[in-house]
Design a protein around this ligand. Structure first.
Ligand code: BG6
Length: 487
């Protein structure tokens, strides 16, 4: 059991939305049961429609069962958890409707407060303003903003500057849930606690890096949202960029939030801006057409609700160059797509070949070493090495073998990224959250590509649902003599 000293009031705006039920409530349920959140803490759901406390509790119960599974749900634990649940109804634009929240929070005026804005970004400013007007923002208040923050640099700046009128930067937690994934945090451990990687982690030794986040799911009913954003804004500008930062950053001087974030922002500022010719040569955008996944027919993106004329990309692939000493000449290939043949997120660090092979006349080639960090569906880290095939053969035959770097403890329940991140907000630790300058640097780089796409510098390609994306994505790497790690 962890320490129970984290007493705070957590208010979830958009508390009856998909994210709240799918991720936030299960995370809080586990944090509370595992002793990371004191039982005196309150979880206040902000609903948009009238609902009684009892109805709300029943709704939370059924959604918990749906999302964590009947076998994990524990009624006895829920009996205790439910006493932490409260609900208020608020119409975000109607100042008077915040009265109930004021009464609830006012009962413990000096308590730590977390305001989780699980709403569309259009509401961020209004909600923060109303909280301020009702005197609900204190020195120990925090606000959590769900991504995406804006659609480009300009809109992101507008949203952030509004929120900054009511909360200080140190009170703002911009979430990118990829940073809460255990394997993603493990990248730092791997890089900065193992001497063996230190001399190898640069352009002298690394040929290229691949970052893939492939999903077999589609937009999961979020047509209105997704069609405005697409793969570049929904995944590349944030999740994949953060992964790239963790791979490419210099060692921070400590684990404190600003040291880590200073190093990440340097990477983002070193991304080579793309010219029109670069966009043509180094980027691919595509939309899925009908196909099949796991033997089940899947309709095309344009067959979705109101999507007949949509020109939104559901797949993006890019070659990214980082202009600094460490990475000069090392391409980072990024790709992400929906409705691909399987869920697979991984980072591949491909090392250069040995300078000279003494095995050339032994009938075996030498494959380049690879470090493969798999994030999902399975979490694993493998180092691919060459090894002798055992036996008495005249020739020294070689084979590639995997060195499994992590023997993770599998017996305990694996915590979700949102548990880690919510706990960090509760403990006021912003290390795994994006600072304003990071978000802006990522947008600044992505905006150029998005503008080029809007001008149709490259055509929108199509790929069949259930495949690895369009052939142009293969061409993107093949033109550099590389192939995707699709083992
Ligand atoms: C979200 C995106 O941020 O991440 C979704 O909005 C995407 O479109 C999801 O499906 C992927 O997260 P995970 O953790 O399932 O890889």
């Amino acid at each position: 059991m962890a320490s129970m000293d984290n007493v705070c009031d957590i208010t979830i705006f958009g508390g009856h939305g998909d994210l709240a039920f799918r991720k936030l409530m299960p995370a809080l349920y586990h944090l509370s049961n595992d002793g990371y959140l004191s039982f005196s803490s309150r979880i206040i759901t902000v609903a948009r429609n009238d609902i009684t406390n009892d109805e709300h509790i029943e709704l939370v119960r059924s959604k918990l069962i749906e999302f964590i599974g009947e076998s994990v749900f524990n009624q006895e634990k829920f009996e205790r958890f439910k006493s932490q649940l409260h609900v208020v109804t608020i119409d975000f634009d109607d100042e008077k409707s915040y009265k109930g929240l004021k009464e609830l929070l006012g009962a413990f005026p000096s308590r730590e407060r977390v305001n989780y804005l699980s709403t569309a970004p259009d509401f961020f400013a209004t909600i923060c303003k109303m909280l301020k007007n009702w005197d609900l923002v204190t020195d120990v208040s925090r606000v959590v903003l769900e991504k995406p923050i804006g659609r480009d640099l300009e809109s992101s700046r507008a949203i952030n500057s509004e929120v900054l009128k009511y909360f200080e930067e140190k009170q703002i937690y911009r979430i990118d849930h990829y940073l809460g994934k255990d394997t993603v945090q493990n990248i730092m451990a791997l890089r900065f606690s193992n001497r063996i990687f230190m001399p190898l982690w640069d352009a002298n030794n690394i040929d290229h890096v691949q970052i893939t986040v492939a999903e077999s799911v589609g937009v999961e009913g979020r047509w209105g949202y997704y069609d405005q954003y697409g793969a570049m804004r929904d995944m590349i500008q944030n999740h994949l960029m953060q992964l790239l930062c963790l791979i490419a950053m210099e060692p921070p001087c400590s684990l404190d939030a600003d040291s880590v974030r200073d190093e990440k922002v340097k990477v983002l500022r070193s991304l080579r801006p793309m010219s029109a010719a670069d966009i043509e040569r180094k980027t691919v955008r595509a939309q899925y057409a009908k196909g099949s996944i796991d033997g089940q027919p899947v309709p095309g993106y344009r067959e979705g609700e109101g999507m007949e004329h949509s020109n939104t990309e559901t797949f993006a692939a890019l070659r990214v160059d980082i202009d600094n000493w460490r990475w000069n000449g090392v391409p980072f290939y990024l790709r992400s797509g929906k409705r691909m043949h399987q869920r697979n997120s991984e980072i591949v660090i491909q090392f250069k070949s040995v300078p000279h092979s003494i095995f050339a006349n032994q009938g075996s080639g030498i494959s380049q070493n690879k470090l493969v960090i798999s994030l999902q569906p399975k979490e694993s880290i493998q180092l691919k090495l060459m090894n002798k095939v055992p036996g008495l053969s005249d020739q020294m035959r070689l084979q590639q073998v995997d060195l499994e770097l992590n023997s993770r403890i599998n017996s305990t329940r694996k915590s979700d990224a949102y548990e880690r991140l919510l706990l960090d907000v509760i403990r006021s630790n912003p290390t795994l959250f994006m600072r304003l300058d990071e978000v802006e640097a990522a947008w600044k780089w992505a905006d150029v590509i998005l503008a080029g796409w809007a001008e149709n510098i490259i055509p929108m390609k199509s790929y069949q649902a259930g495949t690895d994306g369009p052939s142009a994505s293969i061409q993107l790497v093949v033109q550099d003599g590389v192939s995707w790690n699709d083992e």
